[in-house]
Write a protein that binds this ligand. Structure first.
Ligand SMILES: Cc1cc2nc3c(=O)[nH]c(=O)nc-3n(C[C@H](O)[C@H](O)[C@H](O)COP(=O)(O)OP(=O)(O)OC[C@H]3O[C@@H](n4cnc5c(N)ncnc54)[C@H](O)[C@@H]3O)c2cc1C
Ligand code: SF4
Length: 474
């Protein structure tokens, strides 16, 4: 514990964002960084709890948070980085985009602001790169076993990284033109600069991982072929099948899925071309359906593209400003979150259901909506919804982006070809060791858990690597 009374004497400090007027003109990262002195001071707020909830209850990776906080306070940056790196393959990703489940579980957060754990994490890894500590470290010996990973999102990258360091020869197949999965084609550059992904992929390649991009397994190469060529197959294909809004008028020009819109912009920033019809918010009245993070990314992207107005609607009620009694610490807090994108100029509405898209000459002009109200269960959670009588109203919009989540893994192609069994929710079914019903075929990440978070995908990839290694040794 750096400073015994640190959590009493020192207030939390966040680095904040670049000024709004500046950041909406580009796609560069919006978040600023704390200085080394500020970070040391922030690490002093850690109480080195006997039971560190940040580590055990909050962080899916089990990051050794109180230990690195203490090392940072005493200026032992390299040792702190080594500890961080021992549980997290890619702190440069989580340090930028993680909602910080650790901070929601931090004991200081019981009656004050939690320790700035994510800020310490991002600074440790970036300092590590800058000072030359992050260099290729290929395994000393190879085992002779060959593993194929399908998908290069955070789950695929972490299983590949771990298995490569264990000495197995790893090939990653990716259907997109570049590796990274949703890190590259979902999350906007203003949250995660894609140079950060390239830097990591270059490092993994220098350590011996082979990347084959622009190859769809199940179309360009059959899954059966991979089964005959590799000792183990790891599916890390994500859960990208989007939930659609099948209401009258869905066919109108102007109604698109959020991911189609976001991936086009990420490709534009990355200098890639695409064959699909261009979706651009410039000069349009944008309506985002879905109040989650993907919706928030659509808001920030639309504003940067020059939308006339941006509105985000959500069917659920507005979350409370503070934790409800039914949502106590150290659980993840279901409270109102306002992202940097929301602050850039967007109207947000809750308790709204869309009834139909309406247009003229095949082009979208407006949405017919209705207000809803929710009955809550005894714990205060929304349970049953009903429409408010006579509450119908119109929202003018000529671009709608549907950001209503995902319904599971893509079932076509590879998964069908080799008869992989699915769970009821549309994800890949695996046993306690991460193996599917097909011997030697494993799965991890969103393809197993359903759409979730980068940190959980990395954690899933890491634990799968342990099981695959055990299987290969047997
Ligand atoms: C817009 C958006 C914003 C998000 N923002 C955040 C955030 O800020 N913080 C956060 O923690 N999480 C965020 N998430 C969630 C997070 O990105 C995912 O949970 C995470 O990327 C899942 O990792 P994964 O490796 O399991 O799958 P993915 O990242 O989806 O990667 C799967 C990869 O498999 C490839 N693939 C699929 N099928 C095949 C095939 N047949 N052959 C070859 N390749 C194939 C895909 O092309 C893809 O590259 C966001 C998600 C979205 C959609
Ligand atoms: S819960 Fe908070 S105060 Fe306690 S060890 Fe973790 S970071 Fe430090």
């Amino acid at each position: 514990m750096g400073k015994p009374r640190g959590f009493i004497e020192i207030p939390r400090k966040d680095p904040g964002y670049r000024p709004k007027e500046e950041r909406i003109r580009d796609f560069n990262e919006v978040e600023k960084r704390l200085s080394d002195d500020e970070l040391k001071e922030q690490s002093a707020r850690c109480m080195d709890c006997g039971i560190p909830f940040c580590h055990g209850c909050g962080c899916p990776l089990g990051n050794l948070i109180p230990e690195w906080n203490d090392l940072v306070y005493h200026g032992h940056w390299k040792e702190a980085l080594d500890l961080l790196y021992s549980t997290n393959n890619f702190p440069e990703f989580t340090g930028r985009v993680c909602p910080a489940l650790c901070e929601a579980a931090c004991t200081v957060g019981l009656n004050d602001e939690p320790v700035s754990i994510r800020q310490i994490e991002i600074s440790l890894i970036e300092k590590g790169y800058k000072e030359g500590h992050i260099v290729p470290k290929p395994p000393e010996k190879r085992t002779g076993k060959k593993v194929v990973v399908i998908g290069s999102g955070p789950a695929g990258l972490s299983v590949a990284d771990q298995l490569n360091h264990m000495g197995h020869s790893v090939t990653v197949y990716e259907q997109d033109q570049k590796a990274g999965g949703l890190l590259r084609y979902g999350i906007p550059d203003f949250k995660l600069d894609k140079k950060v992904i390239c830097r990591r992929i270059d490092l993994m390649m220098a350590e011996g991982v082979v990347f084959e991009t622009g190859v769809t397994i199940g179309r360009d190469i059959s899954a059966n072929y991979l089964l005959s060529r590799f000792d183990a197959v790891c599916i890390a294909c994500g859960a990208r099948e989007p939930r659609d809004l099948k209401i009258p008028g869905r066919e109108l020009d102007g109604v698109f899925m959020a991911m189609d819109f976001l991936s086009q912009q990420n490709k534009r920033v990355g200098g890639e071309t695409f064959a699909e019809k261009e979706i651009i918010a410039k000069g349009r009245k944008v309506l985002v359906v879905g109040g989650g993070d993907t919706g928030s990314d659509c808001v920030g992207t639309s504003i940067r593209q020059g939308a006339l107005s941006v509105t985000q609607i959500e069917i659920m009620p507005k979350p409370p400003e503070n934790r409800a009694d039914s949502n106590p610490w150290p659980e993840w807090s279901y409270v109102l979150r306002t992202s940097s994108s929301h602050k850039e100029g967007c109207e947000r509405m809750w308790n709204i259901m869309t009834k139909s898209f309406e247009g003229e000459g095949g082009k979208l002009k407006q949405l017919r909506c209705v207000k809803v109200e929710w009955e809550t269960d005894p714990a205060g959670r929304p349970k049953t919804m009903r429409e408010v009588p006579n509450s119908e109203f119109i929202i003018q919009a000529d671009l709608v982006l549907i950001a209503m989540g995902f319904v599971g893994a893509d079932k076509k192609g590879m998964i069908c070809d080799i008869g992989i069994k699915l769970a009821k929710n549309g994800t890949v079914a695996v046993d306690g060791e991460g193996m599917t019903n097909v011997k030697g075929v494993f799965a991890a990440g969103d393809s197993v858990s359903g759409a979730t978070l980068v940190v959980r995908a990395i954690a899933g990839g890491r634990s799968l690597a342990v099981n695959v290694d055990k299987y290969l040794k047997n």
